[in-house]
Write a protein that binds this ligand. Structure first.
Ligand code: PAF
Length: 284
């Protein structure tokens, strides 16, 4: 695996892949890699000739009171994992390389960026859209792999690619969970063992909703109540949002008969966690 820290070198390496007619898959990450990330790398490797991974903790997508400084940085461990998996390129630019002094261009997917996590984290999706646009221009991948766990991010990035006519196909891979159901996240590293147990309430709330849907409840307002109620049963968790929306537009849907994204965000201690499921109501 080749480690690359400059944009010029990464562009040259990726353009060389394109010249040889090989397909290039790309996995953008902020490091602190877990099985969720590794599943994206494996998906890329099984679909593409060459796989590039980036590790860049993007300051632009963190709010002033968020966890930029303490975000886990485990570069050597991450690089070893990627090497083992057989990734071809690891792009690991510094902040100055990506955002040199004087940079003043941002990418904003206007409406979608204010929904779900965007509503709670102003500026977050502007930061994500800007860095992903830059990374896509540097790598110019044929396929880019993202996790369903960040469902709102997926919606924003699909819209971005569509609106800007980018020649990249977004491939969304399923959420990877721990054995007890906790969705894998780099931020799980912040949790104490007690909080780790409390965090299971997110998945539990989604399962309650799924069961209710399977039992014939399709009314979103009622399903949201069921989900919120489940969260209140864990006194240490503080709900941010519980929403039932269209997975592409992130608009609320009144009932789930035609399928919907059920998404939850909650704080456990100071750690904000997210999770979601896609429900499809079986025909009555
Ligand atoms: O999902 C993430 O880890 C980040 O939002 C991404 C896509 C790497 C952009 O910084």
């Amino acid at each position: 695996m080749k480690r690359i820290a400059t944009i010029a070198e990464m562009k040259a390496a990726c353009r060389q892949v394109a010249r040889t007619g090989k397909t290039l898959g790309f996995v953008a990450t902020m490091g602190a890699l877990h099985e969720g990330h590794l599943s994206l790398v494996r998906a890329s490797e099984s679909r593409c000739d060459v796989t590039a991974v980036s590790i860049f903790v993007n300051p632009l997508q963190f709010g002033p009171a968020e966890d930029l400084d303490k975000y886990p940085r485990t570069l050597e461990r991450d690089a070893a994992l990627l090497e083992q998996l057989g990734a071809d390129f690891l792009f690991m630019p510094g902040v100055e390389e990506m955002y040199p002094q004087g940079a003043q261009t941002y990418v904003l997917v206007e409406d979608l960026s204010n929904r779900l996590d965007g509503a709670s984290r102003p500026g977050h999706f502007r930061g994500v859209a800007t860095v992903v646009t830059k990374l896509f221009e540097i790598v110019r991948p044929n396929f880019a792999f993202f996790g369903q766990k960040d469902a709102a991010q997926v919606a924003v990035l699909r819209k971005l690619v569509n609106d800007l006519d980018m020649d990249v196909e977004i491939v969304v891979c399923p959420i990877v969970r721990e054995k007890d159901g906790l969705a894998m996240s780099s931020r799980n590293a912040y949790l104490t063992s007690e909080q780790r147990q409390q965090a299971l309430v997110l998945h539990r709330s989604l399962l309650r909703v799924q069961t209710a849907v399977e039992q014939g409840e399709h009314d979103s307002a009622k399903l949201i109540e069921i989900g919120k109620q489940a969260i209140t049963e864990e006194a240490r968790a503080r709900l941010d949002y519980f929403a039932i929306v269209d997975p592409d537009t992130l608009d609320s849907v009144a009932d789930v008969s035609r399928g919907a994204l059920v998404a939850v965000a909650a704080y456990v201690g100071a750690t904000r966690l997210i999770d979601n499921i896609l429900v499809t109501a079986s025909p009555q």
